[in-house]
Design a protein around this ligand. Structure first.
Ligand code: GLN
Length: 311
């Protein structure tokens, strides 16, 4: 049988998700996220041949939050290579995204680059040798280059609110600093961290930015390698095992694709060799991952036969 038409499947999913009553709970720790309409749903799929299939609010920008951690990990690996793994592990945490408990046992070295502590350590690595403004500029330029879109910006109101509400992130950073895991002043590191979490992007822009992970490290717009094929494969592995915090096992079980979630309700997922996918639904599940975003990806992977574990 012929493989199902991607645009048809994407349109069906957008339609099905729009009608579901179960939408999860939007994040409430900052007002900018608390006031996002839980009825929003977007999906964008950039296929290997460059075709883009979109549904729902695929062109509406949202706060990418922890999805940014995929891109900061990529930049930090580019800057200091595998030495990064001395400061941050690559094992699933089995703990919530903002957990502090493992840091004491593990001498301030976070379990993986996608929990908050790990992402703060990664941001510290990017910051070393730069002023915060330069480091942030580098992250934003990288996003624009990958997405092939100069319109991507940081939502300054979100960044300011994150700073005002980020007591636990301040604690994590200070705690790591006490072990010598953080090199730079804590307020500089957190300034850059809060701002990269506050980048606003649409599903279309995010799916475009994720293309290098489906194309063995290559940016298909330029043909240039963003990272080596080996590194792209390894970033995908960390996304699969750690990209959804203590919901990572469930995401792998149900969706079967590397994915990274954010508390704004976005998820970037990678079907290696096939597609880069972004979904957005602001309502979250108990682990802080998009509820309908996960269901949409589960449906897409199933209908297209895209699970990395077999059709
Ligand atoms: N900026 C958020 C925080 O640090 C990111 C968390 C997330 O998206 N899971 O709390």
């Amino acid at each position: 049988t012929a493989s199902p038409d991607l645009q048809t499947v994407v349109a069906e999913i957008a339609d099905e998700m729009a009608r579901r009553p179960d939408r999860g709970e939007v994040a409430t720790y900052i007002p900018e996220l608390a006031r996002v309409d839980p009825a929003r749903f977007g999906i964008a799929v950039v296929a290997a041949d460059g075709t883009v299939a979109m549904g729902g609010d695929a062109d509406v920008a949202f706060s990418i939050q922890s999805v940014s951690k995929v891109f900061t990990l990529t930049l930090a690996l580019g800057k200091i290579g595998d030495r990064l793994w001395r400061r941050v592990g690559r094992e699933p945490s089995g703990s919530p995204f903002n957990s502090i408990v493992q840091l004491e046992r593990e001498q301030g070295v976070p379990r993986n680059p996608f929990i908050n502590a790990g992402a703060i350590a990664v941001t510290d690595a990017i910051l070393s040798g730069h002023q915060p403004r330069e480091a942030l500029g580098e992250i934003l330029r990288f996003m624009r280059y990958l997405a092939d879109d100069e319109q991507i910006v940081i939502d300054e109101a979100v960044a300011a609110s994150e700073k005002g509400a980020g007591f636990r992130n301040v604690a994590l950073a200070n705690y790591m600093k006490s072990f010598g895991v953080i090199e730079n002043p804590v307020d500089y590191v957190l300034g850059v961290y809060f701002h990269h979490c506050a980048i606003a992007m649409s599903c279309r822009q995010l799916a475009m930015a994720g293309r290098f992970l489906t194309h063995a490290g290559r940016n298909p717009s330029t043909g240039h390698l963003v990272v080596t094929a080996e590194r792209a494969r390894r970033i995908n592995a960390v996304m699969l095992t750690c990209g959804h915090y203590d919901g990572s096992g469930e995401f792998a079980y149900r969706v079967g694709l590397p994915g990274k979630s954010g508390v704004g309700g976005g998820i970037l997922a990678v079907a290696p060799g096939r597609a880069s996918i972004a979904v957005w639904s602001p309502g979250l599940d108990a682990s802080g991952n998009s509820h309908l975003g996960r269901i949409a990806l589960e449906t897409l992977a199933k209908r297209m036969g895209w699970s990395i574990f077999g059709a």
